[in-house]
Design a protein around this ligand. Structure first.
Ligand code: SF4
Length: 327
């Protein structure tokens, strides 16, 4: 068979599903290449991860069958069982990326209200590691919740045995214990370990303090979700605690599934302040000036004014300005 592949999102990162289908078809003796309008294909396999990526113009292709998959098309889409059960990976389709991709688990134990992982992948389960890139210099570990995997110790053993540098994406500090933090500190890290403090109603300060006993704060990067039911005060609380602990934040404005929601100016400004580490370390948000003549103190003041208004209306139903103190 002549198979054409399409990475609809562009080639900005490796597409795990396409690498698997490519390896599977090549192992069967099929001809596989990136689809072009100039060739005729028995089957074109297209993957789109992000809903916001513009769609591909399939009218340009000559193909008997076109199969589209990935969250960007359909959250319920799945690879065939044959591909899913294969551990083969074709890294040659992305020669520009000198790393391996690995998953030790799929799914998650949590159901965070802004996240699709549970709906898409279900409850956490261990999976067998796929082939590594023979030319790979490090391993990108893409588990959603690395330590929620009941077989996390096997994953650590695997990574230690490979001896390559590791970029670890999904570490849930809420469940991390001393033993796990110890093992993490022994891995050769390519970049900072990615953790998250997305839900403002949970105070992770003490947990993060505990984790930094084992892992140097400079080796941690903490995602902070803004624009999803959090107030300016809650955003500042989380960011100021990270600053005190010496952990770098990465502020991520909330994007809904269909990408209809656009980040507000406040969300863009706080991301600009927090994600530039030198600015974050040396300048308070109040003093940060993203545009000429504008200081972010405006947001803090507005937040205080809103709180005062709330007190006026809630504590003084008859409208008397009796108190602006917190009650
Ligand atoms: S812990 Fe992470 S992967 Fe799991 S549901 Fe929450 S955001 Fe999604």
């Amino acid at each position: 068979m002549n198979i054409g592949l399409i990475d609809v999102d562009g080639h900005n990162f490796t597409n795990f599903a396409l690498m698997r289908v490519s390896a599977y078809h090549k192992a069967r003796g099929d001809q596989v290449e990136w689809a072009t309008p100039f060739n005729q294909y028995d089957k074109v396999l297209a993957s789109k991860v992000f809903t916001f990526t513009p769609d591909f113009n399939y009218l340009t292709l000559q193909a008997d069958i076109i199969e589209k998959g990935g969250t960007g098309y359909n959250i319920a889409s799945r690879l065939s069982d044959d591909v899913e059960n294969s551990l083969l990976m074709d890294y040659s389709i992305y020669p520009q990326y000198p790393f391996s991709i690995q998953f030790f688990s799929r799914g998650c134990i949590r159901k965070c209200p802004f996240c699709l992982v549970r709906e898409k992948e279900g409850y956490i389960r261990a999976v067998e590691p796929v082939e590594l890139n023979p030319k790979g210099e490090w391993i990108e570990v893409l588990d959603n919740n690395f330590f929620a995997n009941p077989e996390w110790q096997d994953a650590i053993n695997y990574l230690q045995k490979k001896g390559q540098m590791v970029n670890l994406h999904g570490v849930d500090v809420r469940i991390m214990n001393e033993e796990q933090a110890f093992y993490l500190s022994k891995l050769k890290l390519k970049r900072r370990i990615h953790i998250a403090w997305d839900l403002p109603e949970i105070d992770l300060t003490e947990k993060l303090r505990e984790v930094t006993k084992y892992i140097k704060p400079r080796n941690l990067s903490c995602y902070i979700l803004v624009g999803f039911n959090s107030t300016v005060e809650q955003d500042m609380y989380r960011l100021n605690r990270l600053k005190e602990l010496g952990i770098s934040p990465f502020v991520q404005p909330y994007r809904d599934f269909n990408n209809d929601r656009k980040p507000t100016l406040y969300e863009k400004d706080i991301a600009q302040w927090a994600n530039k580490h030198q600015i974050f370390k040396t300048c308070d948000f109040a003093d940060f000036s993203p545009r000429k003549g504008f200081k972010c103190n405006y947001y803090l003041k507005q937040n205080r004014d809103e709180e005062d208004t709330t007190y006026l209306h809630t504590s003084c139903p008859d409208g008397r300005m009796c108190s602006t103190e917190k009650i």
